[in-house]
Design a binder for this molecule. Structure first.
Ligand SMILES: [Fe+2]
Length: 386
């Protein structure tokens, strides 16, 4: 079997990486830059910082800062229309995964005919659009190194994915100092999202040697440092380790894919507005327990990566699942579903919806029937509060 590995063309990682923006943008043709961001990034002053760096480099800047979490097709269209009217020649996305996804799709749509809805699915964008530079301000989504955009459809309340090699960013500027002011809750949610990416990629049926190496590095960094970053946001070492872990996890799942946890998180985001990382965090230990019979050796390998060694594969695997569950509790992300506005009557249709997301469910190491998916939701519904 031929494995595939794709990532951003260039990744610049390290404290102060954002200062390289003038040089990075100067390497592309054109001076009209669309900056795509969100209100939180504006009020934190990060958008100003990016605009200053761009104008210093001689660029003309237009900004769209209205990206909401779980962005909609309508938001994307407004961003694309504004960027087109401005005559944008390249796009810079700055923010969490939502802003980075919208920026990524705007850059693509500036180069092709059609609307985002025309490209929902895998491999439907015909060619590359405008150059795109991604600057993440959270350590989690990995959007800066993936060819994936997730948009919320307000007509049917489903999340829809656009997947294409032509969405891979040209440059990712990954600067851990940008996360130092991120509050504890989004730190925990995005960190658990990244851990989910790494674990699901490592146990995906599409995993290969390259994605394995990246996932192992990601799990080690996130498991060992996320709690510190959550408790002490200015701890530069922990912030850098978690951001590097999230980057490695993004590079891994961009090719290996994610699986049942992400499929089951979609209805929670689409219908109940549960933040993506929080939804993943509550599902992850329960899905891992379900997957364990099919993924025991893989979980044992991850266990050894974080220093667990009980002397036997089965107990190493069990201890790793427990370790992930303990981490979710330690960072306040192990909330039972019943505390998030979900009713027992909602669970069967959620299970049906998640089971139908074959793009993700087919990557899962253990085949999950609709009844299995419902069982997992019921366990998450009833579990003890964090
Ligand atoms: Fe995710």
């Amino acid at each position: 079997m031929i494995s595939v590995f794709q990532t951003a063309d260039t990744v610049r990682f390290g404290p102060g990486a954002v200062e390289m923006l003038p040089e990075v943008v100067g390497a592309f043709e054109g001076t009209k830059v669309a900056v795509v961001s969100d209100p939180g990034i504006e009020s934190a002053g990060l958008a100003d910082r990016v605009r200053d760096l761009l104008t210093t480099a001689g660029a003309h800047v237009w900004t769209f800062s209205e990206v909401e979490h779980d962005p909609s097709f309508e938001t994307l269209r407004r961003a694309r229309d504004g960027a087109r009217a401005f005559g944008a020649e390249l796009v810079v996305g700055v923010g969490g995964g939502s802003a980075l996804d919208v920026g990524k799709m705007v850059a693509a749509l500036l180069g092709v005919e059609g609307e985002a809805r025309d490209f929902v699915g895998t491999g439907l964008i015909p060619h590359k659009g405008r150059p795109y530079v991604a600057i993440p301000t959270t350590a989690g989504t990995g959007s800066e190194v993936t060819g994936i955009v997730i948009l919320s459809d307000h007509q049917d309340h489903l999340k829809k994915g656009v997947v294409s090699e032509h969405l891979l960013p040209d440059v990712a500027l990954v600067d851990p100092t940008l996360t130092h002011t991120l509050p504890p809750v989004p730190t925990a949610a995005s960190g658990m999202d990244a851990l989910t990416h790494a674990i699901e990629a490592f146990t995906s049926v599409k995993a290969n040697a390259l994605t394995d190496a990246l996932a192992l590095g990601a799990v080690e960094r996130i498991v060992q440092h996320l709690e510190t970053a959550y408790r002490d946001g200015t701890n530069a070492e922990a912030r850098a380790a978690v951001m590097e872990g999230a980057l490695l996890a993004g590079m891994s799942f961009a090719s290996a894919g994610v699986a049942a946890v992400h499929a089951m998180a979609y209805p929670l985001g689409g219908r109940f507005d549960v933040p993506h990382g929080m939804a993943n965090a509550m599902l992850l230990p329960v899905v891992m327990a379900f997957n364990r019979p099919a993924a025991e050796a893989r979980y044992a390998r991850l266990a050894r990566q974080v220093g667990i060694d009980t002397g036997a594969v089965a107990s190493d695997a069990e201890a790793f699942v427990d370790r992930v569950d303990a981490l979710a509790h330690a960072v306040g992300m192990a909330k039972p579903l019943r505390t998030l506005g979900v009713q027992p009557d909602d669970l069967p249709s959620m299970a049906e919806e998640a089971h139908a997301i074959r793009r993700l469910m087919d990557n899962n190491p253990r085949d999950a029937t609709p009844e299995d998916v419902l069982d997992i939701y019921q366990t998450c519904y009833a579990r003890d509060a964090a």
